[in-house]
Design a protein around this ligand. Structure first.
Ligand code: SF4
Length: 284
């Protein structure tokens, strides 16, 4: 896992707020292959960005600290997040995702170019199971597992507010479900109940996961505080939605259209208790 003297980074379990988590993860050097790759890409650059200084480090989550909706991707892109330092920013995948978030009223603008471009997201946070750009967009299972404590701690710190997750792609789905099912090692939350066999990924799939502590108390989370006095606002279920990844492979081929993406995002926003206001369209 990341952290400890060997990695030269902070143990995620010791971090107690999202700002500190974001700062700590950006210093992580626990995966030798990914550290070498992200830094090589940052040094060699793509010709179109040769005058820019690449971020070249792990990319922290982006969004509000009291997010009700979490969007989980795969890993930063070499010349996207690894260049700009912000999730889904500066590449075609981000162009598609933020355009859809803006269309359903969850983002202030349809474009994401760089930190400082004015982009805000509403009630939402974006993150990934692996925080460093991997060669060929393919982290190894070992790298995914090594990065897991960052995502687990992020979920623990969001637990008081997060009510829905959109998972972009089957890889992220496979990475996220075990995290949801595992208690926070720092004792921050007991996780959610993930059925066995685990629900299969698919575009538009929606599963409701009860909070593990709601189950233990014999109360459904909507049913008020149980005998153990669990706060129903904390021991709340999680609505998990599958969505095809916003990769160029999917969006260029029409496997994932803007309408399909907007539909999942809007459903998840409603399930999260958000009431976003889509921007006025011409003719409205
Ligand atoms: S992938 Fe995760 S664990 Fe590995 S170096 Fe990057 S931030 Fe650290």
């Amino acid at each position: 896992m990341p952290g400890g003297a060997e990695a030269g980074t902070v143990d995620p379990a010791r971090v107690h707020d999202l700002a500190a988590l974001d700062a700590a993860v950006s210093q992580c050097r626990a995966c030798p292959r990914l550290v070498a790759w992200r830094e090589e890409v940052a040094a060699t650059k793509r010709a179109a960005f040769r005058d820019e200084t690449y971020w070249g480090r792990p990319v922290p989550g982006f969004g509000v600290p009291d997010a009700r909706l979490l969007i989980v991707g795969l890993a930063p892109a070499a010349h996207g997040g690894n260049r700009t330092g912000r999730m889904f920013t500066g590449d075609r995948s981000g162009d598609v995702l933020y355009a859809a978030l803006h269309a359903v009223g969850l983002a202030s603008q349809p474009t994401a170019v760089a930190i400082g471009d004015g982009l805000e997201v509403y009630g939402t946070r974006l993150t990934a199971p692996v925080r460093c750009a991997p060669p060929a967009n393919k982290p190894t299972p070992e790298e995914r597992d090594r990065c897991r404590p960052w995502l687990a701690r992020e979920l623990a710190l969001l637990r008081g507010t997060v009510r829905a997750v959109v998972v972009l792609g089957g890889w992220g789905w496979q990475a996220l479900l075990p995290v949801l099912a595992t208690p926070d090692p720092a004792g921050g939350h007991p996780g959610w109940v993930v059925p066995r066999p685990r629900p299969a990924f698919g575009h538009g799939v929606h599963v409701t996961l009860d909070a593990a502590d709601a189950k233990q108390s014999g109360e459904h989370a909507d049913g008020g505080a149980g005998p153990s006095g669990i706060d129903p606002q904390v021991a709340a279920p999680l609505e998990v939605f599958g969505c095809y990844h916003v990769s160029q492979q999917n969006t260029f081929t029409g496997r994932l259209t803007p309408a399909m993406l907007e539909d999942v995002l809007a459903r998840a926003a409603r399930a999260a208790g958000l009431d976003p206001t889509p921007p006025a369209r011409p003719g409205d």
